[in-house]
Design a protein around this ligand. Sequence first.
Ligand code: AHM
Ligand code: MG
Length: 312
Amino acid sequence: MGTTLKEFLRSSELKIDESLKSIIVSIAKGSVIVQSKLSRIGVDGTAGATGAINVQGEEVQNLDEEANNIFIDAFKKNGKVAIVGSEETENGIVLNQEFGEYLINMDPLDGSSNIDVAVSVGSIFGIWRRKDNVCLNDNSLLLKGREQVAAVYVVYGSSTLMVVATDSGVQSYSLDLDRKEFIITDDNLQLPNTSKYFSVNYGNWDNFSAKTQEIISDLQSKLSLRYIGSLIADFHRNLLKGGVFIYPADIKSPNGKLRLMYEANPLAFVIQKAGGIGISGKKNILDICPESLHQRTPLILGNTDIVENMFE
Ligand code: AHM
Ligand code: MG
């Protein structure tokens, strides 16, 4: 049967408080609903875009909106979340000004352009402890990645997995679809010492700087290429097998494509807790001072021995 997420959180020696445990359980509950919606898009006719364009200037998929609402609802019910920043909303959403203890930045459905073609997608959450009881606004969400107390992501793939990183390490859980419960499958996930894969969108080659092309040519001489175009799926594979994910700046996207607060920071936190590193090229991702909720950053995540040589 296996140990469920709730049983593991209750019995283990993780150094996290009850409120944070309850937030992790709320994410798990939300993701069970999202998984079920994803598996039914063909049947329910929920594939495709809403016709709206989000704050990133990208098409909003039906399930982007649904996933956003599902997690916001889960956090509202939870009561311990003060404010949420989301890829899908321009400004932070205050949920509990008075008693909220934690701040969350999330990408409720990452890689959503892949939904219609049945490719893996994910949900990503960075979690910070609220510092004091001052009034909440968007600035409350702009904390350095290093100050995160936890980062969580869910992969909706051929099976559904949840990975949780805290100061007590990284755990991986698998969704038992019959019981609708996550079961612990790895209580100390570590990046392998050797790298197997590198992941980059080669279609952007002509737009890369000479330095980026040199870095990628070097990776190509050592590692095998895998690129899905769904950040969580690419990241999770490389975390388990060893390797490097790189989404650099290029001529078209001088600041890169991926977002600091709810894509780069949580994944840099996870990889650091698993023994690796996340950098922008100039800095460790976790040391970047955020300026806005939706800011972008070049992103390199992977095994430290390789990534460290990529600092500009
Ligand atoms: P999204 O958050 O709007 O889904 O966009 C982010 C996605 C990532 O999942 C993925 O790593 C990247 O965009 C792929 O971009 P590209 O198609 O340019 O390679
Ligand atoms: Mg995303």
